[in-house]
Design a protein around this ligand. Structure first.
Ligand code: MG
Length: 358
C-alpha cells in the first residue's frame, strides 16, 4: 500500500485562485521524491532576467509553455526525424518525435515522483536546435563549421540552448537549461548539478526513437520485425510496443530502487541496457547508415554546402537582424540551422538553380 503524505490545501488561502503557484510548491514538497527538483528551489528557478511570477503556474510550467509557444518549436513540424521531408503522413517528424519523448518521459517521471513539469519542459526543448535534415544535416553543418574556423563544430544540443538563451531568448530557468544541455555535453554550470529529470528525458529520447524509427523503417520497407536479432527480441520484447513497455517499466523499477537507497541515479538495468545498445547498433547498421541513407546524406551535404557558400559570399541575403552583432560565420550557421527541410529545399531552388526563362 502506498502511504499518501498529508497535504493540506487551505481554504483560507490568501489567493482567491482555486489552484495557486504557492499551493503547488506545497504539494511538490509533500509529494515529490526528496531527490526530485522542486519548483520552489531558488537556485533551480533562477532566470537570466527578472520575470513576472505567474499566480497559477510554477516556474517549470511557465517554461514548458514558453517552449511550446516558441517559433523554434513550431519549426520542428517540418524537420526530419530520419526520413527526409517524407511524403507519407504517418512518418515521424522532429515535432512528433518530441511529443513522444515528452509522453514517455512524463510517464516515467510521474511514476518515480520526480518533477513532471520540469521533465516535460526539458523534453519539449530537447531538440529545438535540430538543423534541417536530421543527423545528416547536423554532420554536414558541423563539418562546414570546422572548416570555417569554429573548432567545436555544430551540436544540436548546444544549439537548443543557444536558441533558448540568445536567438529567441525564452528566459528559461536554470534547471530547464541545464536539463536541455544534458549530461556531459559541455555543461558549464558547476553550481547546478544536472537534474535527474534530464536523465529521464535522455533515456526517454532513446526509447522513443528505438521504437518509432523501427516503425518508420518498416513503413519505408527497409526492414521487417523478424530481421531484428533474436537475442534482442528475447530480452526486450517481440514487437516495438512490448519493447517500449519493457524499457519503461525497467527504468522505473531500477531507478526507484536507486532513489530509495538514496542514490541519485536514473538507469535501465545493465542487461536491458546492453540489449538497448545492441538494438541501437543494429539500427545504425541497418537504417541510419544504410546505402539508401548514405545517398541521402550526400545529397543533404551537397545542398547545405551550396547554401553555406552562397550566404558566406552574400551575407546581405541573410535576414537583416541576423548579422550584427554576431560574426558572419555564426550568423550563417544560426540562420541555416533554423531552417526546416522544406525551407532549405526551396531556398536552394530559388538561390542556386536556374529559373526557366518565361
Ligand atoms: Mg531527440
Amino acid at each position: 500500500m502506498l502511504s499518501m503524505p498529508s497535504v493540506s490545501f487551505s481554504q483560507n488561502s490568501a489567493s482567491p485562485l482555486p489552484q495557486s503557484c504557492a499551493q503547488q510548491a506545497t504539494f511538490e514538497a509533500a509529494w515529490l521524491h526528496p531527490l526530485a527538483a522542486q519548483s520552489g528551489h531558488e537556485a533551480l528557478i533562477r532566470r537570466a532576467r527578472a520575470s513576472q511570477p505567474c499566480p497559477i503556474r510554477t516556474a517549470f510550467q511557465q517554461d514548458r509553455d514558453r517552449i511550446l509557444h516558441s517559433k523554434a518549436f513550431r519549426r520542428l513540424k517540418y524537420k526530419t526525424q530520419v526520413f527526409i521531408s517524407p511524403n507519407g503522413d504517418h512518418y515521424r517528424t522532429r515535432l512528433t518525435h518530441t511529443l513522444e519523448v515528452a509522453q514517455i518521459a512524463r510517464t516515467m517521471a510521474r511514476a518515480l515522483r520526480l518533477n513532471e513539469d520540469l521533465t516535460e519542459a526539458i523534453a519539449l526543448g530537447h531538440d529545438l536546435g535540430h538543423p534541417p535534415f536530421g543527423h545528416s544535416g547536423e554532420h554536414a553543418l558541423s563539418a562546414l563549421c570546422k572548416e570555417a574556423g569554429l573548432p567545436e563544430g555544430f551540436s544540436h544540443t548546444l544549439h537548443s540552448v543557444r536558441i533558448a538563451t540568445v536567438l529567441e531568448p525564452l528566459n528559461l530557468t536554470a534547471a530547464v537549461l541545464s536539463g536541455m544541455q544534458g549530461q556531459g555535453k559541455g555543461n558549464t554550470d558547476e553550481a547546478l548539478p544536472v537534474p535527474l529529470e534530464s536523465k529521464v528525458v535522455e533515456l526517454a529520447d532513446r526509447m522513443a526513437y528505438l521504437r518509432h524509427d523501427v516503425e518508420d523503417a518498416q513503413r519505408a520497407e527497409l526492414m521487417s520485425e523478424g530481421d531484428i536479432p533474436a537475442e534482442i527480441r528475447q530480452t526486450l520484447g517481440e514487437d516495438r510496443q512490448e519493447r517500449l513497455n519493457t524499457l519503461v517499466l525497467d527504468l522505473i523499477e531500477t531507478s526507484a530502487g536507486n532513489l530509495n537507497n538514496g542514490q541519485a541515479k536514473i538507469a535501465v538495468s545493465p542487461e536491458r541496457f546492453e540489449a538497448m545498445q545492441a538494438l541501437r547498433g543494429w539500427m545504425f547498421e541497418r537504417i541510419y547508415l544504410s546505402p539508401r541513407q548514405q545517398v541521402k546524406d550526400a545529397q543533404v551535404k551537397h545542398l547545405l554546402e551550396g547554401l553555406w557558400q552562397y550566404y558566406q559570399a552574400n551575407p546581405k541575403a541573410l535576414p537583416e537582424d541576423s548579422v550584427a552583432p554576431v560574426e558572419q560565420v555564426q550568423a550563417v550557421l544560426d540562420y541555416m540551422a533554423g531552417m526546416t527541410d522544406r525551407f532549405a529545399l526551396s531556398t536552394y531552388q530559388t538561390l542556386l538553380l536556374p529559373r526557366p526563362y518565361l
